[in-house]
Design a protein around this ligand. Structure first.
Ligand code: ATP
Ligand code: MG
Length: 250
């Protein structure tokens, strides 16, 4: 992992109808890390991701993603970032291979190269045997994994994953967590992971950010955050204990 920042925000703010959804948010995500972006419902996580993608404009402050300003170059930013949305649509008549071919076409990937990449991506996400099934008939877990396959086709260097394990069964959750870990390890992706599954986040994230009511109340390595709240000691705290402490004191 390097300390080069891939995502950086300064005083990023979004006001909706006179109320701050995100307020003076400053944080960094470094190259090659999985950053756990945590916070209760309505904290402003998705709003932050939308600003980082150039899908909504900040009211104040600024952001940089791979050196680009998403408010000024939204199309370029969107083309290089893989985004797994909170609620993947996908009610499609296409099968998985056709859908990934469509993504390859959108990204101007040449036919030979695309075929190879699609085969490899389907294999990686465990959908090779289901590739001829219509996506409309996919389970939630399969759809989420297809979303990850899209990132592999795009060969994204940065991925925003908004609740990728939401609604998945325990086995599906574990598969998704392992898949995310492999994106970081094997593909060297930098990952911003928003999730409420603290036990899972604890297993794979290098650093954590805790957002409450639009503000980042903590960011750093889990041990740092534990020390900040509980002092130095031999005790091991779970991420849930650390999170709840910040939550109760916010
Ligand atoms: N388009 C919008 N118009 C008005 N208010 C909005 C809009 N989008 C989000 N908000 C408000 O901004 C705040 C932050 O919402 P956001 O969706 O970013 O939270 P979140 O952290 O992603 O929550 P969750 O964990 O439930 O997904 C909430 O109060 C929400 O109601
Ligand atoms: Mg959200």
């Amino acid at each position: 992992m390097s300390s080069e920042s891939v995502i950086e925000t300064q005083e990023l703010t979004k006001i909706y109808y006179g109320r701050a959804a995100v307020e003076n948010l400053s944080f960094s995500v470094y190259a090659g890390e999985i950053f756990g972006f945590l916070g209760p419902n309505g904290a402003g996580k998705t709003t932050t991701l939308l600003m980082l993608l150039g899908l909504t404009e900040p009211t104040n402050g600024s952001a940089r993603v791979l050196g680009m300003d998403p408010a000024r170059e939204p199309i370029k930013v969107k083309s290089v970032i893989g985004y797994l949305q909170e609620n993947m649509g996908f009610y499609s008549d296409l099968n998985a291979r056709q859908m990934l071919q469509f993504i390859a076409d959108l990204n101007d990937i040449k036919a030979d190269n695309a075929k190879e990449r699609i085969t490899a991506a389907l294999q990686t996400v465990g959908l090779a045997e289901e590739q001829d099934k219509k996506i409309a008939a996919y389970s939630r877990g399969m759809r989420q994994r297809l979303g990850i396959a899209e990132l592999l086709i795009k060969d994204s260097k940065v991925a925003f994953l908004d609740e990728p394990t939401l609604g998945l069964d325990p086995d599906g959750t574990n598969r998704m967590i392992e898949l995310i870990q492999s994106l970081c390890r094997d593909k060297k992706m930098t990952i911003l992971l928003s999730s409420h599954m603290l036990h899972q986040v604890q297993k794979i994230c290098h650093r954590i950010g805790i957002m409450i009511k639009g503000r980042m109340v903590a960011q750093g390595h889990m041990d740092q955050l534990a020390e900040e709240k509980f002092g130095v000691g031999k005790e091991q705290y779970t991420l849930e204990e650390i999170y709840m402490k910040y939550f109760q004191e916010a």
